[in-house]
Design a protein around this ligand. Structure first.
Ligand code: NAP
Ligand code: MN
Length: 288
């Protein structure tokens, strides 16, 4: 039985070129490759940005095999390497010699209850966002383990995993969470806090394995809300509640030997200064 590598890319030329290089190298190393999962797939490679990885994991229905990400996108928080041949060789070498770790990312499971329709179940790697339709103020009753917490009014609520803490959650003022912690972070997006509407103005952090969050929309002028899962938006009518909790489903990421979560946070969030220093250095060289 030949071991198989499943490869997916976004539409960028560079991603397609990297895919070709990866296919050649894996075939030379005795593997088969495919676009879709096969029973022999032992690794999925996503070439693109973080969005490509999120999309691929969703399209392949969160399989049990590890993912490996090559960044040809903008941020590439999930990616282990850049689209560079030396880095690709380092990766393949590490892979063949089993010099890697596999990180497990805990997913959120959520249930959407409609007035008439069946319950819909879905999963998120980063987050589930509930927001108002047509940019209207959303009014959302929030319950934790059945206890009423608040009626949130504002743009929406983000329910984020630790993995998603560095994504939309962070832009909305939420905290970055060590990815070893299993939590759900509820972060308000532009909460209104006035005499008319009172909402928490900061995030709430809950133990994911012991909490169930329910968001029950209150409709004023519009019966619709938007539910955005890892960046993919769907409009829903007449939703009565959205229940979110942790699931046993996980997604696995292959990490090379030098991976460390907080180093990744530093490199992707704060290292801008060094880029500027490099720019200055190259400008100086150019003007010499
Ligand atoms: P996108 O608009 O390209 O994503 C926005 C940025 O978030 C991109 O730079 C993306 O990286 C980065 N990102 C995604 N997951 C991340 C993570 N876990 N940690 C750190 N950064 C992360 O859309 P997309 O690529 O399809 O990604 C979907 C995600 O975008 C959603 O899950 C949501 O978290 C995020 N988002 C953020 C905002 C905001 O910050 N205001 C608004 C909407 C959505 P790449 O450049 O590598 O793709
Ligand atoms: Mn993106």
């Amino acid at each position: 039985m030949i071991k198989n590598i499943t490869l997916r890319t976004n539409n960028l030329e560079i991603s397609k070129n990297i895919k070709k290089i990866l296919i050649d190298k894996f075939i030379s190393a005795g593997f088969s490759t495919s676009e879709n999962l096969t029973p022999e797939t032992e690794l999925v490679i996503s070439v693109g940005g973080d969005g490509s990885f999120l999309k691929t994991a969703r399209e392949l229905n969160f399989p049990d095999v590890p993912f490996f990400c090559v960044n040809t996108g903008h941020l590439g928080f999930f990616a282990e390497i850049l689209p560079d041949e030396k880095e690709i060789d380092f990766f393949i070498d590490s892979y063949l010699n089993s010099e890697y770790e596999v990180n497990e990312l805990n997913l959120l499971e959520f249930y959407i209850y409609g007035e008439d329709s069946d319950v819909q179940i879905d999963y998120a790697i980063n987050e589930v966002v509930v927001r108002g339709n047509k940019s209207r103020t959303a009014h959302l009753n929030l319950f934790v383990n059945g206890n009423y917490m608040e009626t949130f009014s504002g743009d929406g609520l983000i329910i984020s995993t630790s993995t998603g803490s560095t994504a939309y959650n962070y832009s909305a003022g939420g905290s970055i969470v060590d990815n070893r912690l299993k939590i759900m972070q509820i972060t308000p997006i532009s909460p209104i806090s006035t005499n008319a509407f009172r909402s928490f103005t900061s995030s709430i952090i809950l133990p994911a394995d012991d909490c169930e969050v329910s968001i029950n929309p209150e409709y004023k002028s519009d019966e619709s809300i938007l539910i955005v899962v890892d960046g993919e938006e769907t409009k829903h009518n007449g939703v009565t509640k959205i229940i979110t909790k942790q699931t046993n489903k996980k997604i696995k990421l292959l990490r090379l030997s030098d991976y460390e979560f907080w180093d990744r946070v530093y490199m992707k969030f704060l290292k801008t200064y060094d880029y500027k220093a490099n720019e200055l250095r190259s400008n100086r060289n150019r003007t010499k």
